[in-house]
Design a protein. Structure first.
Length: 153
């Protein structure tokens, strides 16, 4: 079996089917389910500043990343890997591949649940640093977020 890993931009022919795929991946990736609904994802995918990427193993999508780029500011809005594929370095590979597309000096910001140790470890390993704690940022359950940032070198 070929377990080739491919990280690539996601440009679906049908926004509705693309949004459905991203929602399904989110449902399988996050313990509390997809953070955004299919209509929200579809609307976001159509924004000129939004970007979506997939990570595929043996041709099958097993994770996604979404972000927003405005001038020299980049925001990572979601990063999710299907539960059975978590812990295999795919999130790091996807994020690293995505970040390499941007110029040195680009500032990257993200929010992460304060108790999400795996994600915090990933972001810290890529030299993101904590800026501040945002109270009650998340729901399902209500939880604070760390705002993290790095400048691409």
């Amino acid at each position: 079996m070929n377990n080739q890993v491919i990280c690539e931009p996601f440009h679906p022919q049908s926004m509705q089917r693309g949004a459905a795929l991203i929602e399904a991946l989110g449902e399988a990736a996050y313990p509390t389910g997809a953070p955004w609904s299919e209509p929200v994802i579809e609307e976001n995918m159509q924004a000129p500043t939004s970007v979506y990427w997939l990570v595929r193993v043996a041709g099958q999508p097993v994770g996604f990343l979404s972000g927003t780029k405005v001038i020299d500011q980049l925001e990572l809005t979601n990063l999710g890997i299907v539960g059975s594929w978590q812990g295999h370095g795919l999130g790091k590979q996807l994020l690293t591949t995505w970040l390499k597309r941007y110029e040195a000096g680009t500032v990257v910001t993200l929010e992460v649940r304060v108790h999400n140790e795996a994600a915090l470890g990933l972001y810290e390993s890529l030299n993101f640093h904590k800026l501040m704690r945002r109270p009650d940022y998340y729901d399902r359950p209500v939880e604070d977020a760390w705002i993290m940032q790095k400048k691409i070198e």
